[in-house]
Write a new protein. Sequence first.
Length: 399
Amino acid sequence: MYKLIGIVYFCTGLLKILPKLQFFIKTKSFHIQKSMLVKDITNYLENIAPLSLQESYDNSGLLIGSPISNVSNVLITLDVTESVINEAANKNCNLIIAHHPIIFKGIKKLTNSNLTQKLVVMAIKMDIAIYAIHTNLDNIIGGVNNILASKLGIINTKILMPKTNGLSKIVCFCPTEYIENIQQALAHAGAGQIGNYDSCSFISTGTGSFRPLQGSNPFVGKTNQLHNEEEFRIEAVIHNYNLQNAITEMIKAHPYEEPAYDIYNLTNTDENIGSGLIGEIENAMPIQDYLMIVKQTLGTEYIKHNELINKPVKKIAICGGSGSFLIDAAAKNNADLFITADIKYHDFFEYAGLMTVADAGHYETEHFVKELIYSLLKEKFPNFALQISEESANPISFI
Ligand SMILES: [Zn+2]
């Protein structure tokens, strides 16, 4: 009898919570991340930091593994080391995303005769894909230097050394009724992005002239007759990394069998792409005080610097990692302080007393990149398994 009452109570209770349970199941299943391929993640990252923005010496991109293999778990690291690969295996991560590429130069054999070969073999044997996002992430707004700037309280930043070879102009000609389609196609492919504006283009009118030959299928005009058509000329600036896509989209949107278009290389600087950042701290302060903040924030054991400037610091240039090639650019931009890493002995002489040059360590100025990659991926794939490596550590010790 008690059993029967118990069953009745159980069933009534179940009926009460059933709608809630259904809702819970629905909501949860809605949020569960579908299975992902390596390329789902790498395409997203390359949309933010296109591979074409990497420096010539670099080797960013997918280094080991197939773009169409499944990913269930990602490990984010600054460097790929033996312990990081083991950590990935232990945590069932089948994709490692690193800032520094483990392969820089061509490998002619895999005989475990150096560290790179050893790591490559190890990752392949464990079926772990490795992807590097290096100088392409250094060279964009919102990249490695931006997270460093935000940690160091540097605001109103701009690129320290903007690139001069990253822009082109796309010009195309179309009949009146297609102007909107083509403008939209170009804008959608990234043409006309200038600073905080998009869809920028210039339009002018003129007369297009052509003679369709035998075998053609003209949108307007007749075979073997010279034809004049009132046309619009649309021109827009475009980043080179978007160029091919913009040409394809423009041709798709164009009614002509043979759309006419021109591509011009521009020598304009691209203020949104380049090396280092320069900005300022909110309130000027004695240089010693600020360097102590830097030391604490970056967790560095020491900062090497030249002769300190004899005035409060306000304008600061930075470059995470090896940035000594930017010392002159920092000085030309009137920085009071330039923070980077891997500065050579002789570089400490040039601006002594005029601009403080501080070497705060390579690892120390770059380790926030793990946090950056994590937050970029988390924003796009909120329910996907992502982990920051606990093994990725500074290879340099101090006594
Ligand atoms: Zn680095």
